[in-house]
Every structure is written in C-alpha cells, then in structure tokens.
Design a protein around this ligand. Structure first.
Ligand code: ADP
Ligand code: MG
Length: 248
C-alpha cells in the first residue's frame, strides 16, 4: 500500500459489503489534480457505490479514501462537502418553485439554507459567481425563470451549476446525460471540458459516444474491482472489457 499525497484522491483497499456481498472489493483508485476521469462498467459493477463511499453516503467496511491526504472514511457527509467534494445524483434535485438565480444563490456556501439566503442582501461576490456559473452551464438566459419550467437537460445543468457554486475541487457526476437529447449531450460534453479546467471530475456514464467526447483516462469497474484502466483506445480494444461490457 502506498500513501501518496501527490494524488488528489487515493482510494486504497476499499471494500463495502452489503449482507456479505462485496459491492466494492479491495479497490485501489487514484486521481490526479485537475483530472477528468470516466468510470464505465456493467450495471451492478459498483460505480454508484464508489461515489456513495467517497461522498460519505455509504460507510466503508474496510480500506481508506484520502482526499488531499485527509482521510474521508471517518467524516460525516457535510464535512466531506466542506473538504471540497461535490456529488450529483442520478435524479436532479433542484428547487422547482425558485428561479434559476435563486437556486444558484442558495447553493453558495455562505448562504443560510433556502429562506435565510434569499432574505440576505446579494453581495457582489455572489452575483459574479452566479453569472460565471450560469454562463458555463448554459442557463444565463433563464436566470429569472422558475426552475420547474426548465427542460430535463437544463435542470441537469442547473444542478451541476449548483454544485459549481461551491467550487468543489472534486466533482462527481453519476450518468449526467441520461435522458438528454443529442444536442444537450454535445453541450454537456462541452460543459465538462470547461469545468475540468480548475478541478477534478469523475463521470460515470454509459453513453459511449459521449464518453469518447470527453474521455482522457477511463476506468472500467466490474464486480467491485478495476477490470481495466487507460486511454479510450486501450480500454475499447481490451478483450476483457469487450467480454463483460462493450460487447453487449
Ligand atoms: P452500478 O452503479 O455500477 O450499476 P451499484 O453501485 O449501484 O452499481 O451497485 C453495485 C451492487 O451493489 C449491486 O449489486 C447493488 O444491488 C448492490 N447495492 C448497492 N447499494 C446497496 C445497498 N445499499 N444495499 C444492498 N445492496 C446494494
Ligand atoms: Mg449506478
């Protein structure tokens, strides 16, 4: 086992058992600063569980998760958020009855929950951040629109924007283009390529056309372990990967 603080994220010997079944099984997984990593693999491979473990929603049975050298496995979820880890779930969770602007505003870390934050005077830093985030997530023209009126794709972008308001150093997205149109998928690829400039991102995705647009390094999970890891070409031509995943 190595303990290397040059990694943003170092997952070592990580295991979680659900009634004896190991959804993650002795996993070692490393991410660099400012890296975009795509995680693929068949249903049930443990992809979502890995994100659940990193963000503290699920507690590990064994092993370690170090983020900038800090052990996360012992921390409660909100402390992991404070440490700089943001996570988007598969279904968008936005405040439908608030405007897009208000959704972004309440996500700013100094906001005090929905009602408190809205009552506060909007300071310039928050306004600038909202502008910047709205621009990169394609919702700038909709800032005063009620979030419930957005399309499914726009809601997904808004939720990514809400995470960006917190400036996480690691952003984790679980199947961000599910249910999106082809055009929206292309825009999301563009979005991911921009937001990775200042941070690291883990993206779980099944849509291989989308993966090809964004992927530099790909990790293939299978039965809670890494089956293959490398660039898109090496992973796509890997016989084991074709057998368990791409060939289906
Ligand atoms: P993936 O996201 O790769 O499709 P998951 O991480 O959701 O896979 O699930 C991996 C395996 O762990 C599946 O067999 C799933 O049924 C099981 N699993 C996930 N979470 C739980 C849980 N909370 N309790 C019991 N089993 C779970
Ligand atoms: Mg999943």
């Amino acid at each position: 086992m190595t303990t290397n603080t040059n990694f943003l994220l170092a997952v070592e010997d990580l295991t979680v058992s659900f009634d004896g079944f190991k959804a993650i099984d002795g996993l070692n997984f490393y991410m660099d600063y400012k890296e975009l990593r795509v995680v693929i693999g068949p249903n049930g491979a443990g992809k979502t569980t890995l994100l659940d473990l990193i963000c503290g929603k699920t507690k590990a049975s064994a092993g370690s998760i170090k983020f900038k050298g800090q052990e996360l496995t012992a921390l409660p979820e909100h402390r992991i958020v404070w440490a700089g880890v943001g996570r988007k779930f598969q279904t968008p969770s936005i405040y439908e009855s608030l405007t897009v602007r208000e959704n972004l505003e309440v996500s700013y870390p100094e906001g005090r929950g929905v009602w408190g934050a809205l009552a506060f005077k909007r300071d310039r830093r928050v306004l600038e951040k909202i502008d910047e985030v709205a621009e990169s997530t394609f919702v700038k023209d909709m800032l005063d629109k009620e979030a419930g009126l957005l399309s499914h794709g726009q809601k997904q972008w808004l939720e990514i924007g809400m995470l960006l308001m917190q400036d996480p150093e690691l952003l984790m997205l679980d199947e961000p283009v599910a249910g999106m149109s082809v055009k929206e998928r292309e825009q999301t690829a563009e979005l991911l390529n921009t937001i990775t400039e200042g941070r690291s991102v883990i993206v779980i995705e099944h849509d291989m056309n989308f993966v090809k647009r964004i992927a530099r390094k790909v990790t293939v999970l299978h039965q809670g372990q890494i089956l293959a890891e490398g660039d898109m070409d090496s992973v796509q031509s890997d016989k084991r990967v074709i057998d368990v995943y791409l060939g289906h």
